[in-house]
Design a protein around this ligand. Structure first.
Ligand SMILES: [Zn+2]
Length: 274
């Protein structure tokens, strides 16, 4: 793994709705890890770009963005094509969502398409590798997998900019197998959730902040090295497919990073010091 580009700035955008997430703590954590990089906590991405819209071409208004977001909606997880026709009310819904006035109700969006769309609205000065943009969202993201030819829900999409989905952290890594067996057996979700409490992250879970730190580190490592993940389940860069793995790598592990990533982190901090 090589160190390619160390950014001068890490810009973190808060989600449309904070919920239980302690955004201040997350940004404090990044500052602690990258002592020589300027970390800036920003408002929700759309609140941020609104300031630039009046100066931009007229078509780049909020309705236009909302329309493009609708086009990133996945209609069928077994089909690569996203939404083509837009129903009345959908643009309005997305506008309200951008402003944090409504909550997601199980809609899956193509994460790569959203990242590309968002990239278009990043101010020109910040549209280069000196700036690492990390956008938190409440939208549920999916990416297309050519192997089994279907969309899979994801907690994060690492690109320029990177997206981290709060909904995805809860919904994408699988809950314990027994959870689903009980569910298929007809037990009520509330009862099963109570039974397996602690073994998965839920929406009102205080541990969300701690877990989100790991996803932020993956996004930053992706930016710097081109590789977000590690094979060590005890390292924060582990790509968890199960909730229990996620809890191991982000909370229960005795160390934060494996030896290799610990060394890389030191090297990144040293290089920036030069
Ligand atoms: Zn590692």
């Amino acid at each position: 793994m090589n160190i390619y580009s160390i950014p001068s700035h890490i810009l973190v955008y808060s989600p449309e709705n904070d919920g239980v997430l302690d955004f201040g703590e997350i940004n404090g954590y990044i500052r602690e890890k990258f002592m020589n990089i300027k970390v800036e906590a920003r408002e929700n991405f759309f609140e941020f770009i609104k300031k630039f819209i009046s100066e931009e071409a007229e078509k780049k208004n909020l309705n236009y963005i909302a329309k493009r977001i609708v086009e990133a909606k996945i209609i069928d997880v077994g089909r690569k094509e996203c939404k083509s026709e837009i129903l009345p009310g959908e643009i309005e819904y997305e506008r309200r969502f951008m402003e944090g006035k409504t909550k997601s109700v199980g809609i899956l969006y193509d994460g790569i398409k959203l990242s590309l769309l968002y990239r278009g609205f990043i101010p020109y000065k910040e549209k280069n590798w000196n700036y690492c943009h990390i956008i938190f969202t409440n939208r549920l993201l999916g990416t297309w997998d050519e192997n089994d030819r279907r969309y899979h829900a994801r907690a994060s999409v690492y690109a320029f900019p990177s997206l981290i989905s709060i909904t995805g952290i809860v919904e994408a890594p699988a809950k314990p197998r027994e959870f689903y067996l009980d569910l298929y057996a007809g037990k009520s979700v509330d009862i099963i959730k109570e039974e397996y409490r602690g073994r998965f992250i839920d929406y009102d879970d205080e541990r969300l902040t701690e877990v989100a730190k790991g996803y932020v580190m993956q996004a930053i490592f992706f930016h710097i090295t081109g590789e977000a993940f590690c094979n060590d389940v005890n390292c924060r860069l582990f790509n968890a497919h199960w909730q229990e793995e996620l809890i191991t790598s982000q909370i229960k592990s005795k160390y934060e990073f494996c030896n290799m990533h610990k060394k890389m982190l030191e090297e990144i901090n040293e290089r920036e010091n030069e």
